[in-house]
Ligand binder design. Structure first.
Ligand code: PLP
Length: 551
């Protein structure tokens, strides 16, 4: 940051405090505050328009050297006006322009501009839905928003919603910080329902996992999820006292969907073992790496057969239910016991908003907690059956966005993402220098750059050559991705696909969710990758070869 000029007129005193906690006292200060809001809206907006690139080319180390002060200044050093200008002019350009249509590498993207207004309202109202006394109408409003998304997922009948939407004893779902906490909440409920308190035992929640297992002659619980499960599942297993290793990864088929035969076999094995109990099976509706959707209806029937909690991690894919054209891709989600959705992904909400839903409006009773000072038994406070305590009223943002966009508006975004991903896949297949690795089921695909000289030289008699070829391809793709990111014009992410029985494969990963990303932009991104290979990577490979070195 710039060296701060000394501003002797800035003092911390009661007069200043009076001003910042009260409404603007006159026309002039009103105008000043309005001007600030304008600056935020249009200053940032202009910035995001101008910088189609992703970020400026400054190493993180250089940036880190600018933020090394650990002292809080005794006297105020900046005015709000300075802060706004500084963030717009100095922070924003070094941040990541996730709203660029050339930024197609992550699940974070452009958001509709009205989200800024909605977030401002939420901040200005500053409600706390943990308790009726700090949120009142917002808590019943929130119940309505939760019911709308519940209905989108589970599609139960009108009578069901009439009964439960505002019934204090019913809980259709819960807002949390993110998908990680949504998954944790779902698994927390599953654990407590599996090990409840009875007349003989205190449950896992009160007595701890060790003695709850002991009481029932169990040695372990297990959670099954495909080997593409999000790492939040393992975190949850750790927090819930079950242990990371209790997560049993089920292999995937060639389309990256959970292998049902292995799932069935594993369920049977665990069923026969009297010391193991299966806490939950998780189907993924849009894996983080490839966007694949597990065969939810078949997983659901296996769960029913074995009496196991069926959770669907739809953090990414959930909103696809809004699209009439593609909602069928999530078939089976409607019979899940619980579902995770991230609002900050395909509901296009600002960071951060996670949600978890339960088909059974009584399910969350398993985690109800009555703290005497904050809520009484029978109270309607939302904090009773929730992992989080105080939180912001993000239901206002989601509820308003649903009104502003309509299911139809969201469907346009979803359809555009899926259809653009398909176009991109076709283009990748058309180009000789690329290989499509995972075709898009939703709006995520993976591919890699395969130069002609490294194409299809598979020789079954020479597995060693094949290994060298794969290693070289991995290296090339790591380099291409890094060089493109560092150039800062566009961004595609990179991941390593690790599948049991197959060699590790470094791939480029594209997430298509920006409605301004079009065919021309996608071609430009591929052109840039080809140019990086041709001009910067191929020459070094040739040099190494000429010198007799394996690259
Ligand atoms: C993004 C994601 C999560 C975790 O979400 P966060 O909001 O980052 O905590 C979990 N599961 C899947 C499938 C995801 O894509």
């Amino acid at each position: 940051m710039k060296e701060q000029k000394l501003r002797p007129q800035l003092v911390a005193d009661h007069n200043s405090l009076e001003r910042i906690f009260h409404r603007p006292e006159n026309e002039q200060s009103r105008n000043v505050l309005t001007k600030y809001m304008e600056q935020i809206l249009f200053g940032l907006h202009d910035f995001l328009q101008k910088h189609v690139g992703i970020t400026e080319e400054i190493p993180l180390k250089v940036l880190a050297a600018q933020f090394t002060s650990s002292k809080i200044a005794r006297t105020p050093v900046k005015k709000l006006a300075d802060i706004i200008t500084e963030i717009i002019e100095e922070i924003a350009p070094q941040a990541v322009n996730v709203s660029s249509p050339y930024f197609i590498g992550h699940m974070t993207s452009a958001i509709p501009f009205f989200m800024v207004h909605l977030s401002t309202i939420v901040t200005a109202l500053n409600q706390n839905p943990v308790k009726i006394e700090t949120s009142k109408v917002v808590s019943v409003y929130e119940r309505q928003v939760l019911a709308k998304v519940h209905r989108l997922l589970f599609d139960l009948d009108e009578t069901f919603y009439n009964i439960h939407i505002q019934k204090p004893e019913s809980t259709l779902g819960s807002f949390v910080e993110d998908g990680t906490l949504a998954n944790l909440t779902a698994l927390w409920v599953a654990r407590n329902r599996l090990l409840p308190s009875t007349s003989d035992y205190a449950g896992a929640d009160r007595d701890g996992i060790a003695s709850a297992l002991n009481d029932r002659g169990l040695r372990r619980l297990t959670i099954m999820v495909s080997e593409l499960g999000h790492y939040s599942i393992r975190k949850a297993a750790g927090v819930l006292g079950i242990g990371y290793d209790a997560v049993t990864p089920i292999p995937v088929d060639s389309a990256n969907r959970m292998d049902l035969k292995v799932l069935e076999r594993t369920l049977k094995e665990h069923h026969r073992d009297p010391e193991t109990s299966v806490m939950a099976v998780i189907g993924i509706a849009g894996t983080t790496e490839t966007g694949a959707v597990d065969p939810l209806p078949s997983i659901a029937s296996l769960c029913r057969e074995f009496g196991v909690h069926f959770h669907v991690d739809a953090a990414w894919g959930g909103p696809v239910r809004l699209s009439e054209r593609y909602r069928g891709l999530l078939k089976g989600i409607e019979v899940a016991d619980s579902v995770t959705i991230d609002g900050h992904k395909q509901f296009y909400l600002p960071m951060s908003n996670g949600m978890v839903f339960f088909r059974d409006p009584k399910a969350m009773d398993a985690v109800a907690y009555h703290a005497a000072y904050i809520n009484r038994p029978g109270s309607v406070d939302l904090g009773i059956r929730s992992l989080v305590g105080s939180r912001s009223a993000t239901s206002l943002v989601l509820g308003s966005a649903l009104d502003i966009m309509g299911a139809g508006g969201y469907a346009l975004l979803i359809d555009h993402g899926i259809e653009t991903a398909r176009l991109f896949a076709e283009e990748i297949i058309r180009r000789p220098m690329f290989e499509l690795i995972t075709a898009p089921e939703l709006n995520i695909l993976t591919y890699r750059l395969v130069p002609g000289e490294l194409r299809g030289s598979e020789d079954p008699k020479e597995p060693a050559n094949e290994e060298v070829r794969l290693r070289l391809l991995n290296k090339i793709n790591i380099k291409v991705q890094r060089m493109q990111r560092e150039a800062g014009n566009s961004f595609v992410s990179r991941t390593t696909l690790r599948r049991s029985g197959r060699p590790d494969t470094v791939v480029l990963r594209a997430v298509l969710m920006n409605q301004r990303t079009n065919h021309k932009i996608l071609n430009a991104i591929l052109d840039e990758q080809e140019a990086i290979y041709r001009n910067r990577i191929a020459p070094t490979l040739r040099l190494n070869k000429a010198m007799g070195l394996t690259p």
